[in-house]
Design a protein around this ligand. Sequence first.
Ligand SMILES: [Fe+2]
Ligand SMILES: [Fe+2]
Length: 304
Amino acid sequence: MTIIVDQPEFGIGGEKKKISNSEKDLILDGGFVVPHANSFGHNFRDYDAESERQEGVEIFYKTNHINQTYDYVKKMREEYGKLDKVEMSIWECCELLNDVVDESDPDLDEPQIEHLLQTAEAIRKDYPNEDWLHLTALVHDLGKVLLLPCFGELPQWAVVGDTFPVGCAFDESIVHHKYFKENPDYNNSAYNTKFGVYKKGCGLDNVLMSWGHDDYMYLVAKKNKSTLPSAGLFTIRYHSFYALHRSGAYKHLMNEEDKENLKWLQIFNKYDLYSKSKVPVDVEKVKPYYLSLIQKYFPEKLRW
Ligand SMILES: [Fe+2]
Ligand SMILES: [Fe+2]
C-alpha cells in the first residue's frame, strides 16, 4: 500500500511523492509525525477516495467556481472591509466558531477550536521560538464566522475551500478546474489571460483572491492593525491557495517578499493538513499561553 504526500519544499510545487506506508506514520521536518489517515480512515486530502463526502465536495466546487468572479470578489471585499458586523476578541471568536463544520474539507469532522489548537500546538512543539506562527495557526480559520447569521450567513462556497486569483486565467491545477467554464470571467478577454489585469511580479498583495475565510481574516487582521509579521499575514491570506503552494502556479505574480513568505506558508501548511486527526488538546491548559499571544499581536477588541 502506498500513500501520496505533498513535497512541501519551496520550488518543488506540483510533484507528488509516493512513500511506502509500511512504517504507518511519516516523519516530516522538525520531527512532526504525520498520521497515515484522517478521522475517516482515508488518506489526507484525497479527493478521489470513496468518501461519503466526495459528491458533496464536487457540487461545492462547481458552485464555487461558477460564482467566484472578479466583480463578486470586489463587492465582497468592499462590504466586509467595512468591519461593521461585530466587536469581539480573538479568543471570543475561537469560541464562537466552535459549532461550524467545513463541508469542503474531506479530512475534518471535529469542532473548529480543536483544529485551531491542534495546528498551533503542533507548530509550537517544533518551532518553539516562532510565537507569531503559533498565533497565526490559532487565527488562520477564524474567518469561517462568515457562515454565521451575524456575519451574513454566507453559503459554504463563499467561505471555505481552495482559493485562487480572479482577474486572470484560472490555472489548470485548481481542483475541479472544469467547472470554471461556466464562470462569466472564463470568456472575458480582460480576465482570461495569464496576467489578466495584473503585471509580472506585481506582488500577491495586489492580486484579488476568490472570496472566503482566508481573505476575510486577512482583512480583519490588517485593518485592526495587528502586529503579526508579514509572513503571518501572508499565511492567513493564502493558506487555502493550493494552486500556489502545492502546484507552484501563479509564481509570475509574486514579488521577492512573497517568495520569502511562501517558505513559512509551506511549513504551516503541513501542520494545517496533518493535525486534523484525533489528538485531543486540553483547551483550558493552553488557553493562558494563547491569550498572552493575542495581547501581544492584536488589540483588546477587534472590529469584524
Ligand atoms: Fe482554512
Ligand atoms: Fe485550517
